[in-house]
Ligand binder design. Structure first.
Ligand code: SAH
Ligand code: MG
Length: 196
């Protein structure tokens, strides 16, 4: 397992796959253990790195993870197999904004880590799939230090992406259904807890 994880880290660097930072996944794994999280939905599997580590946090926890890129999906399946996690991780090959999950499926934790410009859409679509008291964690809210600095960027894709992340942060701050804590860990995490 340990060697497969190292292999994935190497693959990610060589192939420019933006896997989660060490400190952030360590934080999430600790949260899973301490809060007895049993079911996780991840949006954005890439090669399965975060899904495999989340699934390895405790004996009981299971993960459903969604990926729209075929190569990454295939790579993810391969890695899940290598780690012997087929029973704990369900990989879905689809665009998360088009997928129709059964209304009966509910999760203790939703991890949003897909297209950064679509965070509000993912949040609004998937909040209905949380168990009472569940949380939504989002990654890359600092976006390599650009967030909060969009006014200094020239017009273009980067500026517009950073502005979207800034709007997402505002959206979370003003959200009346969820209480959000922002953690300056790795590339920036938000932890949004559904109010009971
Ligand atoms: N969670 C992974 C990294 C994910 S990188 C890890 O830390 O190991 C983001 C991934 O989200 C990319 O592979 C990209 O293809 C995928 N993605 C982006 N938008 C998506 C969407 N709408 N639906 C499904 N997957 C998406
Ligand atoms: Mg990320």
């Amino acid at each position: 397992m340990k060697e497969h994880i190292l292999e994935m880290e190497k693959y990610a660097i060589e192939n420019n796959v933006p896997i989660i930072e060490k400190k952030s996944i360590v934080y999430i794994m600790k949260y899973i253990k301490e809060h007895n999280v049993k079911s996780i939905l991840e949006i954005g599997s890439a090669i399965g790195y975060s899904a495999i580590l989340m699934a390895s946090s405790t004996k009981e926890v299971t993960v459903t993870t969604i990926e729209r890129d075929e190569n990454r999906y295939m790579e993810c399946l391969k890695n899940v197999k290598k780690c012997g996690m087929e029973k704990k991780i369900n990989v879905v090959f689809q665009d998360a904004l088009e997928l129709n999950l059964s209304d009966e499926l509910k999760y203790d934790l939703i991890f949003i880590d897909a297209a950064k410009g679509q965070y509000i859409k993912f949040f609004e679509k998937y909040k209905h799939f949380l168990n009472p008291g569940g949380i939504i964690i989002t990654d890359n809210l600092n976006f390599h230090g650009y967030v909060g600095e969009s006014n200094k960027l020239d017009k273009g894709n980067l500026k517009s992406l950073v502005e979207k992340i800034e709007s997402y942060i505002e959206f979370l701050k003003n959200n009346t259904e969820f209480e959000t804590k922002f953690e300056n860990i790795g590339d920036g995490l938000s932890i949004s807890k559904m109010k009971e």
